[in-house]
Design a protein around this ligand. Structure first.
Ligand SMILES: Nc1ncnc2c1ncn2[C@@H]1O[C@H](COP(=O)(O)OP(=O)(O)OP(=O)(O)O)[C@@H](O)[C@H]1O
Ligand SMILES: O=P(O)(O)OC[C@H]1O[C@](O)(CO)[C@@H](O)[C@@H]1O
Ligand SMILES: [Mg+2]
Length: 319
């Protein structure tokens, strides 16, 4: 292996820079050249890249965002766009590609692999929705930001005897909501995975309010509904003040936690080693604390369910 390409794609996630650094430096340590395509698959299709060497990735480990920038590429979703991307890989004499991103990006990587390009992914998305991994890069930072915010909101909820609905990110996945709720002692969590009924929620809140517990924190994954709507509904149906807070993009930015820095570094290294060993169609990440190469097709087609022991724990302690 002499020369590889890499890119970051989909929503940015804290730790992507650490992964870029690990990929570039692992390649450099093997005497392999690395080029970084800019703006995700758009840069691959348009052949826009920068040379990455051991020095050019200095000082990025602790930075949020991605120095290569990221994008959601409509062009790459077309067969024509992907054929053009494969041609760019060939023209640049690349022996393989490292795709740093979430389930969509890895699906794209799988399809690029079908066109004959060796592709290894690095599991990176705040949504934690790739099957086969403990956690994906960016998730831990996002949850910690949510925890910090909910701790602050709790002060307001207690001082004013208010109910708060806090909406956290997670397109079709309630992982951030579940772990943020557990870590902040929130009363209720609403996720796309766990069925819930609004009338039952209202009954529970009503009983609590009657028992003089007037402040509540409800953590809601964006995939489970809209915080504003639920907040209005609660205010209209119960004798309590309810407010909504949508945490939004603050969860995607900022310096990665120690966990995400190390996960990104080990996964980035593993991806380059895997490409060098001839692997393709796999995504690097950790399972049970150890580096694994998960088959891409399975990673993107199987659902990454909420950790059942955490769901049970929440039921037990959020009473
Ligand atoms: N089915 C697909 N076929 C081809 N390319 C795809 C496909 N799905 C996604 N992609 C490519 O990957 C890009 C990123 O995908 P997506 O927007 O789903 O983000 P992601 O990688 O899942 O990350 P996140 O969910 O954290 O934002 C898309 O914009 C597109 O270019
Ligand atoms: O950055 P965009 O395109 O607004 O997408 C937001 C989505 O990206 C994520 O932050 C990561 O997939 C989701 O949680 C959210 O639904
Ligand atoms: Mg995704």
């Amino acid at each position: 292996m002499k020369r590889i390409g890499l890119l970051t794609s989909g929503g940015d996630a804290s730790g992507m820079n650490a992964a870029i650094r690990a990929v570039a430096r692992t390649a450099a340590s093997m005497g392999v050249e690395a080029v970084g395509f800019e703006r995700g698959y758009d840069g691959l299709v348009s052949n826009t890249w920068i040379e990455l060497n051991a020095r050019s990735v200095s000082g990025i480990l602790e930075l949020g965002g991605t120095m290569l920038k990221s994008a959601r590429s409509e062009l790459f979703r077309t067969e024509e766009g992907r054929k053009q991307a494969a041609l760019v890989v060939q023209e640049n004499r690349l022996d393989g590609m490292v795709i740093i991103g979430g389930n969509g990006s890895q699906t794209g990587g799988y399809l690029l692999g079908q066109l004959g390009v060796p592709v290894v992914g690095v599991a990176s998305t705040i949504d934690n929705d790739l099957y086969g991994f403990d956690y994906t890069i960016g998730f831990d930072t996002a949850v910690n930001i949510a925890i910090d915010a909910i701790d602050r909101i709790r002060d307001v909820a207690e001082s004013h005897d208010r109910v708060f609905v806090v909406e956290v990110m997670g397109r079709d996945n309630g992982s951030i909501a579940l772990e943020a709720a557990l870590a902040t002692g929130a009363d209720i969590v609403l996720t796309p995975e766990l069925p819930f009924s609004i009338p039952e929620l209202i009954t529970r809140l009503h009983d609590d309010v009657m028992a003089h517990k007037k402040h509540h924190i409800i953590v809601m994954a964006e995939g489970a509904g809209h915080a504003e709507e639920l907040s209005h509904y609660i205010s209209a149906n119960l004798p309590v003040e309810c407010r909504a807070t949508v945490l939004g993009y603050v969860q995607r930015g900022g310096s990665p936690t120690r966990f995400d820095r190390i996960l990104a570094s080990t996964s980035g290294e593993a991806a380059v080693v895997a490409l060098n060993e001839g692997h393709s169609g796999v995504v690097a990440g950790t399972r049970d604390g150890h580096i694994v190469l998960q088959e891409t097709l399975e990673a993107v087609t199987r659902r990454n369910l909420l950790k059942p022991e955490l769901v049970e724990l929440l039921k037990r302690v959020s009473i």
